[in-house]
Design a protein around this ligand. Structure first.
Ligand code: MF3
Ligand code: CO
Length: 248
């Protein structure tokens, strides 16, 4: 079921989204060689709680950590550990916060030190793919318009689209209808309406798009071990476009 949010609900989602944004800004300076992903997770947990919110990932379907931290060939749902970041890594922080019962969700990939050209290309065009997708978000357009624009753009830049993972509606639940795939056929699927809140999140790969799940039952990696990047914003559909909720 797709729910349209009231102005009061949107205001709470702005607050949740802003806490997610501020958590990203808070963590950015810590993403240097030598820090463990567990240390990043615990900083995130403390910060989100200090803002009066709860990290939505914690215990979500049994997920053990407070945010998802995915390095290099890890696409999503990486689990913090004693692993240390190294120069040349890319690390994706996927951060979700619950503020007074409403969720915000935003993922961003970051470079640790100097990265190679394959990773630079991947990061630049995956971030751009997010805004290419968002440009389709307006009343009257359809879900398929978002995915088809992202997939076309990815193809033009020689990047793979992970098809098993999608964006999603969001609100009182972290994942709500509709699904927002990163591929599709324009002018098909659910019609977008003012007051819908969705997370758009291209997950693109530098090599092939095939994925597998590690033995921890969570971490999604590329089969060919080439890197993946992930950029995500939560937005509300407005009268003539969208407003980013996971921003300043
Ligand atoms: N932001 C993630 C997503 O949209 C949420 C992960 S839930 C977790 O899929 F349980 F894996 F943390
Ligand atoms: Co999401």
């Amino acid at each position: 079921m797709i729910t349209l949010k009231s102005e009061r609900e949107i205001e709470l989602m702005r607050k949740a989204g802003n806490i997610v944004y501020k958590t990203h800004q808070y963590l950015k300076p810590y993403l240097v060689e030598g820090i463990t992903t567990e240390e990043i997770d615990s900083l995130a947990d403390q910060y989100i709680r200090s803002q009066g919110a709860i990290p939505s990932c914690k215990d979500y379907q049994g997920y053990p950590k407070s945010i998802c931290i995915s390095v290099n060939e890890e696409v999503v749902h990486g689990i913090a550990s004693s692993r240390k970041l190294k120069a040349g890594d890319i690390v994706t922080l996927d951060i979700c916060a619950d503020y007074k019962g409403y969720h915000g969700d935003s993922a961003w990939s970051y470079a640790v030190g100097e990265i190679d050209d394959e990773k630079k290309h991947l990061m630049k065009y995956t971030e751009e793919a997010l805004y290419i997708g968002l440009a389709q978000v307006k009343p009257g357009n359809r879900i398929g318009d978002i995915g088809s624009a992202i997939a076309k753009f990815a193809k033009e830049h020689n990047l793979g689209v992970v098809k098993e993972l999608c964006g999603h509606g969001i609100g009182q639940n972290l994942h709500e209808d509709p699904e927002v795939p990163n591929y599709g056929i324009s002018n098909t699927g659910v019609k977008l309406r003012e007051g819908m809140t969705i997370a758009v999140e291209p997950m693109l790969t530098a090599g092939r798009a095939n994925i597998e799940i590690l033995d921890d039952d969570w971490t999604v990696v590329t089969q060919d071990k080439h890197p993946a990047a992930h950029f995500e914003h939560t937005v509300v559909i407005t009268k003539d476009g969208y407003e980013i909720l996971t921003g300043e």
